[in-house]
Write a protein that binds this ligand. Structure first.
Ligand SMILES: [Zn+2]
Length: 473
């Protein structure tokens, strides 16, 4: 007797293979059969007629470290069909750190830190998260805890402390390390510091994900630095949220993609991206000039600025936007500085995975937090025709699981974990916008996490079915 049969749907299995009509049988937390299951008895049948049945989506780039510990009635990721999140990106993780006032960008987490990675792992397991999580340890978090003067490269003792922190995080269950040398606390880190701190990742122990030092005029140098780190460590490299910032750099994705493709012939490298031409991070006055507009997402000194245009506010006050940005810090913002052509070219590339990079702690967040996955399926695949639906699903399931070392996830095949998303290919759509960023998407019928029905037509049905995922290749 099967526990659940998802009957009458069209399976897109996450491998990139063409769709086919098939039922899906689940027992416990496993997929046990894919095919014609009409005669098989089951405790529960879900009629998926007219729907696509896919592996649950994997959000390859999140800052959901604190969200894992919380249980909102409306969950931004579950409602999009996401069943696994990779946390701790961009150098920022919630552990290990003991610090009274962590500097930006650590404050984007809007959360308290944990003294050891094992403590954080215990907190996640005790919270029984809504979806599965694979955790990265952040180099910037380690650096803030270990380096006495963040304005210089780490000395030998500090490097050894950070390296031990990476080893301890891996032992506690982390799947790798993230870096973010773009951000002030890590700007003084040298390429060699990253290589030395990342040493425990070697030999298959973990991956490295890297937010580049520069995503504008000097992106070529920054890409070469990241590729060198991946090569020196001999570990899989994920380039974070690949993009080109500033009008002067629009169109350069032709060259950056060629550079990455060339490297991919001799090393493991891929990248994540989201389907929007605006980015979001901490408020940084030096970033304003390259943008056509900037929208504030939160501000500690002026909470009422959240959701407002920085340029409009600056004009009202008769001051420079950069001066206003400095006055609103600490805070966060959305930066309109990419071209749609670059965004689409990057997203359609075979090495691209989907990652939202959403910031759940923001007062008025970037719509990517609530819209990324339905937007790729609806806007990018169906409406824009940028890629086949099978390729779109692959970029959010099988490709991601393989690159991050999450064997048994991301594929809809017998023996795999029963993470499943059932959606209407004709109706799936994002509704989150810059003006209304937390509108839930349309067209996601059911989401199963480890065999438990987690979402039933837009309502969270089970908010504790997730598990902590270890690296398994
Ligand atoms: Zn980042």
């Amino acid at each position: 007797m099967l526990d659940i049969v998802i009957a009458g749907g069209v399976v897109i299995d996450g491998s990139g293979a063409p769709r086919r009509a098939a039922d899906v049988g689940i027992t416990g937390d496993r997929i046990v059969a894919v095919g014609d299951l009409a005669g098989m008895p089951a405790r529960r049948r879900l009629d998926a007629g007219g729907h696509i049945v896919a592996p649950g989506f994997i959000d390859s780039h999140t800052h959901d470290d604190q969200l894992l510990l919380e249980h909102p009635a409306r969950h931004p990721k579950l409602l999009q069909g996401v069943t696994t999140v990779v946390t701790g990106n961009c150098g920022i993780s919630l552990a290990p750190l003991v610090h009274g006032h962590p500097p930006p960008p650590l404050d984007v987490m809007q959360a308290s830190f944990h003294a050891s990675f094992a403590d954080y792992v215990r907190a996640v397991e005790a919270a029984r998260p809504a979806l599965n999580a694979a955790l990265l340890v952040g180099h910037t978090t380690l650096r803030v805890g270990a380096v006495a003067d963040l304005g210089r490269a780490a000395n030998a003792t500090e490097t050894e402390r950070m390296r031990a922190g990476v080893a301890a995080a891996l032992a506690a269950g982390a799947i790798g390390m993230s870096t973010g040398v773009y951000y002030p606390p890590s700007r003084a880190a040298t390429t060699q510091e990253l290589i030395d701190v990342g040493a425990p990742l070697a030999g298959g122990a973990g991956i490295v994900t890297m937010h580049l030092r520069d995503e504008g005029d000097r992106i070529d140098d920054a890409l070469r630095e990241a590729l060198a780190v991946g090569r020196a460590l001999n570990v899989p490299l994920v380039l974070s949220h690949h993009k080109l910032m500033g009008a002067a750099n629009h169109g350069r994705s032709v060259q950056t993609l060629a550079l990455i493709e060339d490297a991919a012939r001799t090393q493991s490298v891929c990248f994540d991206c989201y389907p929007y031409a605006a980015s979001s991070t901490m408020l940084l006055p030096e970033r304003v000039a390259a943008c056509t507009d900037v929208q504030v997402t939160w501000s500690q000194p002026e909470p009422q600025a959240a959701g407002r245009s920085l340029r409009r506010m600056a004009a009202e006050r008769g001051i420079a936007p950069e001066a206003l940005a400095a006055a609103l810090m600490p805070g966060g913002a959305i930066y309109f500085a990419m071209s749609d052509a670059d965004v689409e070219r990057i997203l359609a590339h075979p090495l691209a995975m989907i990652g939202s990079d959403g910031l759940p702690g923001d007062g008025v967040p970037h719509p990517r937090l609530w819209g990324t996955f339905p937007r790729v399926l609806g806007h990018c695949a169906r409406e824009r025709g940028l890629l086949a639906l099978e390729a779109a699903v692959h970029k959010m399931t099988g490709l991601t699981a393989r690159r991050f070392g999450l064997a048994g996830r991301g594929l809809l095949q017998p023996g795999c974990s029963a993470d499943v998303t059932v959606f209407d290919a004709g109706a799936v759509a994002d509704r989150a916008t810059y003006a209304d960023p937390t509108a839930a998407p349309l067209g996601i019928a059911w989401v199963l996490v480890n065999g438990q029905l987690a979402v039933d037509h837009g309502e969270v049905a089970h908010g504790h079915a997730g598990a902590l995922l270890r690296r398994r290749v």
